[in-house]
Design a protein around this ligand. Structure first.
Ligand SMILES: Nc1ncnc2c1ncn2[C@@H]1O[C@H](COP(=O)(O)OP(=O)(O)OP(=O)(O)O)[C@@H](O)[C@H]1O
Ligand SMILES: [Mg+2]
Length: 278
């Protein structure tokens, strides 16, 4: 999935309004009173974020009906994230670590604005590109070419800019042979190649990557990692989710360890990985 936003945005209402830098500064002070005006302003602020999902306990209309007659509960709620607080500065590279189901993807979706928090706040500053789910954000009936234009436009590029970068995007993806094929016929790796290529050819401030690299073949993964490092060297902010602990501790300076939806460690990535391996 490629998702994005520009300017100061509040994920809880990102689709409805984008705050200007001036109006944001008021919100900023309210959110983090300890940050002085002269301090470097974070790119991402997550403050006491909570995400609750509803769990169903019936499988059919009939079961639901019987449960209701017997006054049994048919649903319950589950907090995938509890009270998560984080602040990520420009140029930081952060690995989100944790066992399956610990809330990493949910947190990344809150930061990208795909999901909204049920409590607390999630704020981002700058343009966000998220590679969160393979194939999401692509229209299956459109060709690779058309999807490049669609995704790049969503990422804020104008037609002329896309025209100028189109060849580079396709060249990086190495799937030029299939660029006019409808993407519903693409393999997972082909989706990744095109989505990644579009994202890195756009002027983003924050890049979010959730495990999607794992569907790429080894040479392409190496190429992606090299490009991610270049983006980091250029001062972009990275948030990466991966179970490849060696790779993330090498790529990211900071590690945030989640356990059952709570942050249990936030420090250097090597210590986070050590804790994760215990
Ligand atoms: N849409 C949803 N509806 C109900 N529960 C959900 C939903 N999305 C996530 N969850 C639950 O939230 C919890 C956290 O899920 P999440 O995908 O964030 O975990 P994760 O840390 O990314 O795990 P993994 O390492 O397996 O990718 C899980 O228990 C999951 O079942
Ligand atoms: Mg996940």
């Amino acid at each position: 999935m490629i998702c994005f936003s520009t300017d100061w945005s509040h994920s809880a209402s990102r689709s409805r309004f984008l705050l200007s830098a001036n109006s944001y500064s008021d919100v900023w002070r309210a959110v983090l009173p300890r940050i002085s005006d002269t301090a470097v302003k974070p790119r991402i602020i997550v403050e006491n974020a909570r995400k609750t999902f509803k769990l169903r306990h019936t499988h059919s209309l009939k079961e639901t009906f019987i449960a209701l007659i017997r006054k049994k509960t048919t649903t319950s709620t589950f907090d995938a994230l509890h009270d998560v607080t984080l602040s990520i500065s420009p140029g930081e590279s952060v690995a989100l670590l944790g066992l399956n189901g610990s809330g990493k993807s949910t947190l990344l979706k809150l930061i990208s604005g795909v999901l909204q928090p049920d409590g607390g706040k999630v704020l981002t500053r700058g343009r966000v590109a998220g590679l969160i789910e393979v194939g999401a954000g692509f229209h299956p009936d459109l060709s690779g070419r058309e999807n490049v234009y669609l995704n790049a436009a969503i990422l804020g590029m104008g037609k002329d800019e896309i025209d100028a970068r189109f060849d580079d995007i396709v060249e990086f993806s190495e799937i030029s042979e299939f660029i006019d094929t409808e993407v519903k016929h693409y393999s997972s790796g082909m989706f990744l190649r095109l989505a990644f290529s579009v994202a890195i050819h756009t002027e983003v401030d924050i890049l979010l990557v959730d495990e999607v690299l794992s569907v790429g073949d080894e040479p392409f993964q190496r190429k992606c990692l090299a490009r991610i490092r270049e983006l980091h060297d250029q001062g972009k902010t990275l948030v990466v989710v991966s179970h490849d602990l060696n790779m993330v501790s090498d790529l990211c300076e900071r590690g945030v360890l989640l356990n059952k939806g709570r942050v249990v460690f936030d420090g250097d990535s090597h210590s986070a990985v050590e804790l994760m391996r215990r």
